[in-house]
Ligand binder design. Structure first.
Ligand code: PLP
Length: 391
């Protein structure tokens, strides 16, 4: 990697904040005891650190009771527990789940498996901004519906769903509401009480915490949500997720959310203005060839997804890849080397060309104005070069 390399893929993952790392370090060596071994002091100290982190996680999402936080290995696992757990536990009430076409694969692949197991799943469409249609949601509800799972903010295009409205609709019908909030927690305000969220998946590594740790919020009051476990063995985490707790990871995640809470507002303003600057400069230099994917205002401040008319995003990303990290879609799609266009951009209804020319730029704490300007210049020059080659 070049030493002036610029990382702009913060929606795929973020680095661990140095303050988070510092908080974690003692828990690998000095405070290594098992947080379940509370019959000795070493274990109790580890347990107290875990419980502080549980409070920090509860605070950032507005949960009243820290017991509502279950630690997992990340949002993928939390999504699995929420969907499989509710499907199993509420099987006598119904067999229908409502979700959305633009969800993360952690939801879509789990729903596919549930369909193979005989459950029914409705995939709601989105409009040209990636916004889910609330009328379609209301119409999709049947007496068999047990769960609505709609992501808080989209990992590719940044669109923020009308979460409070969905929560109200779900509550009105007595249906549980789960949201995959991996991209939202620590970046935009999240409030499980005000938004009537019953289950919420989160992850540390999208918010400057370590990878491989996350959690699931499970409401305990009004209503008390019951979830069948997916992993058995020892009954940790109120029996919902067995396995020795990842104490350093949990402590790091708590610290990451504590930091996020204190600087979320100022960070969001900064990233939002940089995203606008990148869009405006590119669009001006490329004679109006740049189209925004996602909602113009209801969006994650640190995400920018654009399609440049006539430019193949794979070629563009490859051309700049030794100097800047941007992506053609979600990290998961990239890893599998799929040639299919993004299911999220396709769902917006503009067709394959727009999907094949979509690039995602994620902003974060390692960015500064100088880096943003030089990355924008590089994307501009590469796009101009590619446009000439196409002529
Ligand atoms: C990153 C992400 C996930 C997966 O989270 P992990 O902690 O990496 O398992 C799930 N959903 C969304 C929306 C994400 O952005």
């Amino acid at each position: 990697m070049a030493n002036n390399y610029i990382y702009l893929d913060y929606n795929a993952t973020t680095p661990v904040d140095p303050r988070v790392l510092e908080t974690m370090l003692p828990y690998f060596t000095e405070v290594f005891a098992n947080a379940a071994s509370t019959d000795h002091e070493a274990g109790s100290i580890a347990r107290r650190a875990v419980e502080l982190a549980r409070e920090q996680c509860a605070t950032i999402i507005g949960a009243r009771d820290p017991k509502e936080i279950i630690f997992t290995s990340g949002a993928t696992e939390s999504d699995n527990i929420a969907l499989f757990g509710v499907a199993e536990r509420y099987a006598d009430k119904g067999d229908h789940i409502i979700t959305c076409v633009t969800e993360h694969k952690a939801i879509l692949d789990t729903c596919k498996r549930l369909e193979q197991m005989g459950k029914k799943v409705t995939y709601l469409p989105v409009d040209q901004y990636g916004m889910v249609d609330l009328d379609a949601l209301r119409k999709a509800i049947t007496p068999q519906t047990i769960l609505i799972s709609i992501m808080f903010a989209n990992n590719e295009i940044g669109t923020i769903a009308p979460i409070a409205e969905i929560g109200a609709i779900a509550r009105e019908h007595g249906i549980l509401f789960h949201t995959d909030a991996a991209q939202a927690v620590g970046h935009v305000p999240v409030d499980v009480e005000a938004m009537k969220i019953d289950l919420l998946s989160f992850s540390a590594h999208k918010t400057y915490g370590p990878k491989g740790i996350g959690g699931l919020y499970v409401r305990r009051r009004n209503p008390r949500v019951k979830v069948a476990p997916v992993i058995y063995g020892g009954g940790h985490e109120l029996g919902l997720r067995s396995g020795t707790l990842n104490v350093p990871g949990i402590v790091g995640m708590g610290k990451a959310f504590e930091i996020a809470k204190s600087q979320m507002k100022s960070d969001a303003e900064k990233y939002g203005s940089w995203a606008k600057m990148i869009f405006d400069q590119l669009n001006e230099a490329l004679d109006g060839a740049v189209m925004l994917n996602g909602h113009p205002t209801q969006r994650l401040p640190h995400n920018l997804n654009i399609s440049i008319k006539g430019i193949e995003s794979k070629a563009l990303v490859a051309q700049v890849s030794d100097r800047i990290a941007i992506s053609v879609g979600s990290a998961c799609t990239t890893e599998q080397l799929k040639v299919e266009p993004s299911h999220v951009i396709m769902a917006l209804g503009f067709g394959e060309d727009r999907a094949h020319s979509a690039i995602r730029i994620g902003l974060g704490r390692g960015c500064d104005e100088e880096k943003i300007i030089s990355a924008t210049d590089l994307i501009t020059r590469s796009s101009q070069r590619l446009a000439k080659m196409m002529l």
